[in-house]
Design a protein around this ligand. Structure first.
Ligand code: HEM
Length: 140
């Protein structure tokens, strides 16, 4: 059986998905809170998400080779991620998968596992402000 990396079309397909993801994040008002957590240039984070998803979806483990750990809670610690931010991220990914015409099969393969990672990086119970400064000061 094919893995999501193959089903999306390998490197080109996963790159296209990440480009669509950050383009949507940049423009879609429904994703505005999550957009505000990011810097003005989304290029570097787009590359990192591509490297991460490459290995996670069954392709070359580029993120692990470059950065070591695949644990996602660490890099997200400085950001206040509540249910609203989690849902916006997932919505953004849902729309990106739609934009690259991902099949129903690959979308349903990804839905639950993505939801699990998104819940794992969530670090606030309630809606939170998105500033790293507030995140550092706020109780967990
Ligand atoms: C739950 C909602 C999420 C929010 C609000 C969120 C937000 C962010 C933010 C603000 C950054 C830092 C961006 C920067 O350096 O400019 C980041 C980094 C990153 N995120 Fe997320 N993220 C979420 C979920 C996820 C999920 C589910 C994945 C993977 C499937 C993911 C993968 C990554 C990766 C690979 C990085 C780069 C980590 C590094 O610096 O090495 N994120 N995220």
């Amino acid at each position: 059986m094919s893995n999501p990396y193959q089903l999306l079309g390998g490197e080109a397909g996963v790159r296209a998905l990440c480009a669509a993801f950050y383009d949507i994040m940049d423009r879609d008002p429904d994703i505005a809170d999550v957009r505000r957590m990011h810097g003005s240039d989304l290029g570097p984070i787009q590359e990192k998400l591509y490297e991460y998803l490459s290995g996670w979806m069954g392709g070359p483990p580029l993120y692990q080779i470059k950065h070591g750990s695949m644990c996602m809670s660490g890099p997200h610690k400085p950001y206040a991620i509540g249910p609203q931010e989690r849902d916006q991220w997932l919505l953004c990914m849902e729309r990106a998968l739609e934009r690259v015409n991902a099949s129903t099969e690959v979308r349903s393969m990804l839905r639950e596992p993505l939801r699990r990672i998104a819940s794992a990086v969530q670090n606030r119970h309630a809606a939170a402000t998105s500033s790293p400064t507030t995140a550092a000061a706020a109780p967990v």
